[in-house]
Design a protein around this ligand. Structure first.
Ligand code: DC
Length: 238
């Protein structure tokens, strides 16, 4: 597992710009918000969920029984997962599996149904958190996930935990064609597993700002985050 720049294995230039952590359950609107905020603030973007999904896909392709934590921990070490930084200082980091971007294969019902079991294995989290930190360390990035503010980057300059009512989250997910139209049942099961696991469960950090997006538009949440970024940038030399 490694992080590369576009030019391959050369070291990547760091920036002193802010790190923005956005955590929350599935369907809270965090992906849409995180992408938009990154774009509008001119920051890089990392979807850490995609790293758990890519690893799960690799294990499924290899026929590893994903409920067997020991087999998962063993097989995970051999998976060829790369995070590729975007060119310049903005844009989304790409997740490559065996050198190829898996695209929609990350969002199949099979991956939706098994990713939480894989993400609950401590050895998997250790590997992927290490990979994610190497990229976040470059700076100037919006990072979304479940444990960014608590574990991956507790020193983030802006820390937000996005929530929405269960009903609203299920509604958004079934509307979301990119999400493969995940059913309310799988979504609820995934959230329960992600919040109930022993290893870094979905949690708001004590110092995170909790934003309930049930009755707010995406635009309102994005604007709020852009204000927080502006304030954080003002107190930080770039
Ligand atoms: O963000 P997502 O729904 O694509 O994430 C897929 C799964 O990955 C999620 O159900 C739990 C896991 N995950 C995690 O454990 N920690 C993260 N930081 C991000 C995702």
């Amino acid at each position: 597992m490694k992080v590369v720049g576009l030019g391959g294995d050369e070291p990547v230039e760091g920036t002193a710009d802010v790190v923005v952590a956005i955590d929350g359950p599935a369907g809270s609107g965090k992906s849409t918000v995180a992408r938009r905020v990154a774009e509008e603030a001119g920051l890089r973007y990392l979807d850490t969920g995609a790293t758990y999904r890519a690893l799960t896909l690799a294990l499924l392709r290899r026929g590893i029984p994903v409920e067997d934590a020991e087999a998962v921990a063993d097989a995970a070490k051999a998976v060829d997962l790369t995070l590729e930084l975007p060119p310049g200082r903005a844009g989304a980091a790409r997740v490559l599996l065996d050198g190829v971007e898996p695209g929609l294969a990350l969002r199949t019902p099979e991956v939706n149904a098994t990713v939480s079991a894989v993400a609950a294995v401590p050895a998997v989290r250790e590997l992927l958190v290490g990979l994610q930190r190497s990229l976040v360390g470059v700076g100037g990035i919006v990072v979304e996930g479940r444990d960014i503010g608590t574990v991956v980057w507790p020193d983030a300059d802006v820390k937000v935990f996005l929530t929405a009512s269960e009903h609203e989250r299920a509604r958004r997910r079934s509307d979301d064609t990119e999400g493969g139209g995940e059913t309310a049942e799988t979504l609820a099961r995934r959230d329960a597993l992600d919040s109930g696991r022993a290893a870094s469960p979905t949690r708001a950090a004590a110092d995170a700002l909790v934003i309930d997006s049930t009755t707010r538009t995406i635009d309102q949440v994005v604007d709020h985050l852009l204000q927080l970024i502006e304030a954080a940038r003002a107190t930080r030399p770039r």
